[in-house]
Design a protein around this ligand. Structure first.
Ligand code: WT7
Length: 650
């Protein structure tokens, strides 16, 4: 565990006192009013079985559950004994209730190509893919790794896996060869689904070339299914590689969804923790389905005619829960955009909103801050009047960015929901409901149904209003992770072992007298760079794998756009020269471009205690250009700090 309480860059948030009520117009037509929230929330805590049973009952189950919850700390089973299929609920169920002709996905490629799928069309494609996967020998419980651009086939592949009870493991297309290989190996996937290339900032990301290199490092991988996205004609290895379109063309578009146990694993999603090894967060079917279904409908106040756009890539949990599963379970029309927000210029998002009449936009503070830097004139050139609701996710949003988002993008009429949750929580945990609650910019807000948060000390003592401490959740919820794949001990320790009997989120937070929770940032050695979670230890292991580096310590530094940026303190091997560009390229190769250090400080020593522990607290102060504060007397050599502070970053 780390030696700091919370990053300092959110100081200003703690002094924010604006309260912004939803417009009367929005409140009057909201799906959930304040009174309803109060009543539903109370029931969700007093009678969880009744509450969740009712929500689950809105969806289709092939076999009813016997018990809503079986909680053997730290293991929860939800809808015990029930059988369902999430792809059935996302597709067949909607077709059956008359939405077959409704648009499910509007997809736009970075080059402007547009494709749409109705619910009936999407169902047929998913059926074909499910049959194709079965023909390839994929069986219930098998893990299938996906390494794809943000194209409809990504959603189709996820749903096809779910339809046959296979477990998908999506790896973000920006991750490197070795990150991909590690994830394939950890999940023991025999099948990888990739594409020849994806479009990004006017260029191509050659996914197939990475997949080929990763396959060479993954001895258990047998087949590679390749989507032809960009006509780049990659070499295909006979016997191993197969074109997606050929496999689907040969398959029937009829398929009966396989009923799976409510606790059958749905997906793995690897995320960074405080060790060097990312963990495979495992989600299961029934609880995740119910959690994402309820939160998407209520937090986004979803209506029949909404055009809903969550900008997240399917490589992250937001893309799983709120680009694919949650909205499709609700029968919504979802926009998917493949490319960069600044291609061909920073007006691209506004162009997409205008063109597709987007009504709900859900994006990350880092994007909002980038847009804000471009000024108000650019969005003003577009008609954004279709928007009625805005959402934020992934990192703390500073009140300035919140206000800009509400005013310039939301035209002063759209409520903004700031949603706090995690890969592990599966669904939104803290937020305001758009028509029910006033917002306090910078504060995520109130607990979602069934969520019982508290702020505690490390010793498990509950803190009162406005006292800063650790954010915990006091009871299980349906969409929570069930384990860390292949490492249940790590699951127990990380989430239920830090403070007895509560879920430990790894975030610092405080709660005000109205119950609004402000999440200030990670308290473990995890960074949040542009809303992407990175472990400092992962970057450190990448750095020391370089022949010129003997030792490394990585910390975050406040960054106006990215929230945090990566600062690396490195100790060269004796006699070695450090080439900063080469070192950055090396980190990109080892993890991915998102982990590249912004600043590298070549040091002759690191601040260590006599027992050899690196005091990152001081490194964070130096990285931020601050005065050294705190007790330096435990350091073996306090003079190291002055030397580091005087060293120019490269
Ligand atoms: C970490 C989880 C939630 C899906 C995307 C990120 C930070 C997330 C907020 C928010 C303040 C937030 C936390 C959390 N975080 N949302 N609204 N306000 N912080 O998922 O990669 O698992 O990261 O993101 O630090 O622990 P993730």
């Amino acid at each position: 565990m780390s030696d700091h309480a919370a990053p300092d860059h959110i100081d200003n948030m703690l002094h924010e006192s604006r309260v912004i009520a939803p417009s009367e117009e929005f409140a009057a037509q909201a799906r959930i009013t304040r009174e309803q929230y109060e009543e539903m929330y109370r029931r969700s805590l007093d009678d969880p079985e009744g509450f969740w049973g009712d929500v689950a009952g809105e969806l289709t189950w092939m076999k009813p559950w016997e018990r809503v919850l079986d909680w053997q700390e730290p293991h929860a089973q939800w809808f015990v004994g029930g059988e369902t299929n999430i792809a059935y609920n996302a597709l067949d169920r909607n077709v059956e209730r008359g939405l077959g002709g409704k648009t499910a996905i509007i997809w736009e490629g970075e080059d402007g190509e547009v494709r749409t799928y109705t619910y009936a069309e999407l169902l047929r494609e998913v059926n074909r893919a499910a049959n194709a996967l079965t023909a390839l020998g994929v069986q219930q419980g098998d893990r299938v790794t996906l390494y794809l651009p943000l194209i409809p086939e990504a959603a189709i592949a996820m749903l096809a896996c779910a339809r046959i009870g296979a477990v998908h493991s999506v790896v973000f297309g920006g991750f490197s060869v070795s990150a991909l290989a590690d994830r394939i190996n950890n999940a023991q996937s025999r099948l990888l689904i990739t594409a020849d290339a994806g479009q990004r900032r006017g260029g191509l990301v050659n996914l197939k070339a990475n997949a080929d290199e990763a396959a060479a490092l993954a001895p258990g991988l047998e087949r590679v299914l390749v989507v032809n996205r960009a006509n780049t004609h990659p070499p295909m290895q006979p016997g191993r590689d197969l074109w997606w379109h050929e496999a689907l063309a040969a398959a029937s578009d009829e398929h009966e969804a396989v009923p799976v146990d409510s606790e059958h694993p749905l997906f793995l999603l690897y995320t960074s923790g405080s060790t060097g090894q990312p963990k495979g967060v495992q989600h299961t079917t029934g609880g995740y389905m119910v959690g994402t279904y309820l939160t998407t409908g209520t937090v986004f106040d979803l209506r029949e005619d909404d055009i809903y756009w969550c900008t997240a890539d399917v490589g992250w949990v937001t893309g799983h829960s709120y680009s694919v599963y949650g909205p499709l379970l609700n029968g919504a029309t979802v926009l998917m955009y493949e490319g960069a927000p600044n291609h061909p210029d920073w007006g691209r998002f506004w162009d997409l909103i205008q063109k597709h009449h987007v009504t709900i936009l859900y994006t990350a503070p880092t994007a909002i801050r980038s847009f804000m830097r471009q000024g108000d004139a650019l969005p003003a050139r577009y008609d954004l009047s279709s928007l009625r609701l805005l959402g934020s996710v992934g990192e703390p949003i500073n009140p300035e960015a919140w206000m800009w988002y509400a005013r310039v993008i939301g035209g002063g009429r759209c409520p903004v929901v700031d949603t706090w949750w995690q890969t592990e929580t599966g669904s939104i945990m803290l937020t305001t409901l758009p028509g029910a609650h006033p917002s306090k910019p910078g504060s995520a807000g109130l607990p979602m149904f069934g969520v019982e948060p508290a702020i505690m000390t490390r010793e498990g003592e509950e803190l009162g209003p406005d006292e800063g401490g650790l954010l915990v959740i006091k009871r299980p919820w349906p969409a929570m992770l069930r384990t860390v794949y292949g490492d249940d001990e790590r699951y127990r320790k990380t989430y239920w072992g830090e403070i007895p009997h509560v879920y430990f989120a790894g975030d610092g937070a405080r709660r005000d007298a109205d119950g609004y929770v402000t999440v200030v940032g990670r308290v473990d050695d995890v960074l949040n760079v542009s809303g992407h979670r990175l472990g400092t230890m992962e970057i450190e292991s990448a750095l020391v794998a370089h022949p010129a580096i003997a030792e490394a310590a990585v910390v975050g530094r406040p960054d106006e756009v990215k929230g945090e940026s990566v600062v690396a303190f490195v100790l060269p091997q004796s006699g070695a020269e450090v080439d900063p560009q080469d070192l950055r390229a090396h980190v990109s190769r080892e993890i991915g471009a998102l982990a590249r250090p912004d600043a590298i400080i070549v040091a002759d020593a690191l601040p260590k205690t006599r027992s050899g522990k690196i005091m990152r607290r001081f490194l964070r102060q130096i990285a931020a250009g601050k005065e050294i504060q705190g007790d330096t007397s435990t350091l073996e050599d306090p003079a190291v700090l002055e030397r580091l502070a005087a060293t120019e970053a490269v």
